[in-house]
Design a protein around this ligand. Structure first.
Ligand SMILES: Nc1ncnc2c1ncn2[C@@H]1O[C@H](COP(=O)(O)OP(=O)(O)O)[C@@H](O)[C@H]1O
Ligand SMILES: [Mg+2]
Length: 292
């Protein structure tokens, strides 16, 4: 541990970030020449930096192709940056051994947009939720059964739904199950990649409310990837706006929405339907507000 962090770990510990991302770069090969060598590259992420504190939510917003998912994947070491550093819980994840990175899976995990794809269709719900417990804990069968029942109950499902298959559930229920699975190892960070984008608007608020309650209860930190500014406004404490791989601007949610500095952010906001005051009144009943 470097001296600076040791000093921070004293009185200000609660405020020191659990995630520090600095100067991330990532490109992909877009086209290869006749020899199979890279001919053209996509610069998916260019010099992206941000921090996230314990129990807080940082939204990453931007249009499709902005590089949001690539950033989320790199944070969990599911993709390796070409340059830059990522410190998670104080440790540099890029310098970790594979064994250390596996341990990290327990503390940091991901929820995806499409719960139909993130759950194995041939596995019973109970098995899917128990899987991380098998991989990352020493709980025996009885312990796993109790934990799975408790998790499903917490996300609003019934115990007897353990012995059903994914196709027997609605999209909203499946996302709750995916959340139960993500919670199994008691993570401190969850990267949520468009977690409600595939759901009906009426169900979106319920799932976001659940995520927010879990955050208050367990001090979970979220990286919340979304293209939906109305949801971001209600859900996030801080916002990072990305465009074509780069950060356009970053700041507390209030500042980004009430006093955006950059033209691109202003354009994004002006395209947001909820900014119309007549609609805002009806929307605000169904959406959540960030707990600070
Ligand atoms: N595995 C990959 N291989 C090649 N190109 C990729 C890969 N992942 C992402 N990209 C490209 O990187 C850019 C950013 O993608 P992504 O991070 O998925 O953006 P977003 O999540 O904001 O829609 C896009 O141009 C995309 O096509
Ligand atoms: Mg994406």
């Amino acid at each position: 541990m470097c001296p600076r962090r040791r000093v921070e770990s004293g009185r200000n510990r609660a405020m020191s970030p659990i995630l520090e991302v600095d100067g991330l770069m990532k490109s992909f090969v877009k086209k290869r020449n006749v020899f199979g060598l890279p001919a053209e590259r996509t610069h998916a992420v260019k010099d992206v930096s941000f921090t996230l504190e314990k129990g807080r939510t940082r939204a990453i917003v931007g249009e499709s192709g902005a590089g949001k998912s690539t950033v989320g994947r790199m944070v969990l070491r599911l993709a390796v940056p070409d340059e830059g550093s990522i410190r998670l819980f104080g440790d540099s994840i890029l310098e970790m051994s594979a064994a250390q990175a596996r341990k990290l899976r327990r503390r940091a995990t991901m929820i995806f947009q499409d719960p139909f794809n993130s759950l194995d269709p041939r596995m019973l719900i109970g098995e899917s939720v128990a899987e991380p417990l098998v991989l990352h804990t020493s709980l025996d069968r009885g312990g796993r059964e109790r934990k799975v029942a408790e998790l499903l109950e917490r996300v609003g499902l019934r115990k007897d739904q353990i012995e059903k298959y994914p196709h027997e559930f609605s999209g909203g229920q499946l996302q709750r199950i995916a959340i139960a699975r993500a919670l199994a190892t008691e993570p401190e960070l969850i990267v949520c990649d468009e977690p409600v984008a595939a759901l009906d608007v009426s169900i979106q608020a319920q799932v976001l409310n659940l995520l927010q309650d879990l955050q208050s209860e367990r001090q979970i930190s979220y990286v919340f990837i979304s293209h939906d500014l109305a949801l971001v406004k209600m859900f996030a404490h801080d916002v990072t706006v990305m465009r074509r791989g780069e950060i356009v601007e970053s700041g507390p949610t209030e500042q980004i929405f009430d006093d955006p500095r950059e033209t691109y952010t202003k354009e994004l906001l002006s395209a947001m339907p909820v900014m119309n005051p007549r609609r805002r009144a009806s929307r605000s009943k169904t959406v959540v507000t960030p707990s600070s």
